[in-house]
Design a protein. Structure first.
Length: 295
């Protein structure tokens, strides 16, 4: 009987582990805080890793090999009692089909980051209420990571997750914290999710899908065809630029993909990159030096 109970426990743990969507590493960097109690930051780091990796965020079953690789780095720049200010860097990636290569999918730095936290305070997420700014910010980016990843596998596949992220925004808008409202700047969480879900930027989702599933995933089998399809996906972003030259999502895409694009088109087989470079220079002039390295 005891062996049966042990077996059931093992099976239950296995199912729970398989249910998790993320393989996330969360780091708290508080090197700039001259605090005598550094343990609070290690406690926070451990709590965040448990919160994100042990929580089931969706109703979908993810096999261990399907879990999304991501990193969240919280950099604490100021502390006043239980109040903290700094920034959070979010990065996620996914494997390219039939290869060992991990392609960056989302890479974003959020400077509108402040929160209150007492050591050993439980981190709890409730879809219908605002619990804390720390939980809301992290949950917002978890859903954004899930959405961006799903967009690379199916056209508009990320919409259900982006809708969840938008709900986090709605619940946090009356909290008084920055980043959740329209007047919090052009790079706020409000603007990001509003743009992602706007029909105005529907081509962004098409570009994510075609760049990854039709482009990168074809690369191990047919590099020339993959280059063509990736260039065409960038052409979709150029269409967004033509009507919205300062579109926030163009920067979000290029912050993740600029170095990879250069690598793809600087290697064989030959592909005529004249139009591609023209599109890239217009979409992201800040990366002009990188685009000039494309031969």
């Amino acid at each position: 009987m005891r062996k049966i109970v042990q077996l059931l426990i093992i099976l239950l743990v296995t199912v729970q582990l398989n249910a998790q969507e993320l393989r996330c590493t969360i780091t708290v960097n508080a090197d700039k805080i001259p605090s005598s109690n550094k343990q609070i930051f290690k406690t926070l780091e451990n709590s965040l890793n448990e919160f994100v990796n042990q929580k089931r965020w969706t109703n979908f079953k993810y096999e261990p090999q399907e879990r999304i690789n991501c990193n969240l780095t919280l950099t604490i720049l100021e502390q006043s009692g239980d109040d903290f200010k700094g920034h959070i860097q979010i990065q996620s990636s996914r494997p390219v089909y039939n290869s060992t290569y991990l392609t960056p999918v989302f890479n974003f730095k959020d400077d509108n980051f402040s929160f209150s936290y007492a050591e050993f305070e439980p981190l709890q997420f409730n879809e219908n209420t605002f619990e804390s700014n720390l939980v809301s910010v992290v949950s917002f980016y978890v859903y954004t990571i899930l959405g961006m990843d799903a967009d690379t596998f199916a056209l508009n596949g990320g919409t259900p997750f982006f809708t969840k992220a938008q709900n986090v925004v709605v619940q946090a808008q009356q909290s008084g914290y920055a980043g959740w409202n329209l007047n919090d700047g052009s790079k706020s969480r409000f603007i990001m999710i509003d743009n992602i879900l706007s029909p105005t930027y529907s081509l962004f989702h098409s570009a994510m899908y075609e760049y990854h599933l039709k482009g990168l995933d074809v690369m191990p089998k047919d590099k020339k065809k993959a280059k063509q399809l990736i260039a065409e996906s960038i052409g979709l972003l150029k269409t967004i630029y033509d009507s919205r030259p300062n579109a926030f999502l163009l920067r979000v895409f290029m912050d993740s993909k600029a170095d990879e694009i250069v690598t793809i088109f600087s290697d064989g087989p030959y592909y005529d990159t004249i139009k591609l470079k023209e599109d890239l220079l217009k979409i992201s002039p800040l990366n002009a030096a990188k685009w000039n390295d494309i031969k």
